[in-house]
Design a binder for this molecule. Structure first.
Ligand SMILES: Nc1ncnc2c1ncn2[C@@H]1O[C@H](COP(=O)(O)OP(=O)(O)O)[C@@H](O)[C@H]1O
Ligand SMILES: [Mg+2]
Length: 207
């Protein structure tokens, strides 16, 4: 099925909310319908990004908040310009695991960064490329942490207070962008959440 244009759909929410699970289900579902997709993620979709991701997730010495943010932004710049934009030009549905909102939620709300500045930096990194639709998988912080179990990386092993700030930050973003960001209750089973995802996507893509 040839779409009239490309669509950029991002998946957001805390680690353990089910983004990877749902993006894979949706990718298969769309492909079965004959819709061409590009499934991708941040950080680490490009070769440069893979190097940055390695540092972001596993570097053991202290990382300043600004250094961390600029690594995410460098990853995003490379990703948006080299991978996402070309795929949209080819009229693909781009499914992206984390994007701009992650930086606002984590570095902005989570770490009390300056959100106005972050918005400007995001705009520079992406050359203004925004998602058409964002699915926010909202889950109780304790549930998300339990799903992750004991194998957490550097960023996942922050305190519960931080995770709650991130969650509330995401919900605040959804409140500010009700057209673009659809909140999905991710406390439910994988099947229930996916049914919700299919409904939202079906309506959005008109399929
Ligand atoms: N709705 C759900 N209910 C219970 N477990 C889930 C649900 N969605 C995902 N999981 C499990 O929780 C863990 C984290 O899910 P994942 O999709 O990797 O989340 P994320 O990519 O947002 O970090 C995985 O082990 C996954 O199988
Ligand atoms: Mg994931």
């Amino acid at each position: 099925m040839e779409l009239k244009k490309g669509y950029f759909i991002t998946f957001e929410g805390a680690d353990g909310c089910g983004k990877t699970t749902q993006i894979e289900l949706l990718n298969n579902f769309l492909n079965q319908k004959g819709i061409e997709t590009l499934m991708t993620l941040e950080p680490g979709a490009t070769d440069l990004g893979k190097n940055l991701r390695q540092i972001l997730l596993h570097y053991e010495k202290p990382v300043s908040d600004e250094a961390e943010m600029f690594m995410y932004l460098a990853d995003r710049a490379q990703h948006a310009q080299m991978i996402i934009k070309p795929a949209l030009d080819e009229k693909k549905v781009v499914l992206c695991d984390r994007y701009i909102d992650s930086t606002v939620a984590y570095q902005g709300y989570g770490r009390d960064g300056n959100i106005e500045q972050i918005n400007i930096l995001n705009k520079i990194a992406t050359k203004g490329l925004k998602s058409d639709l964002t699915l926010l998988f909202d889950v109780e912080s304790e549930i998300a942490q339990n799903r992750l179990g004991k194998t957490k990386d550097r960023l996942e092993s922050q305190g519960m207070e931080f995770h709650k700030k991130v969650r509330n930050g995401y919900l605040e973003l959804a409140k500010q962008n009700p057209q673009r960001i659809k909140v999905i209750n991710a406390n439910r089973t994988i099947d229930e959440v996916f049914l919700n995802v299919k409904n939202v996507i079906g309506e959005f893509l008109n399929i």
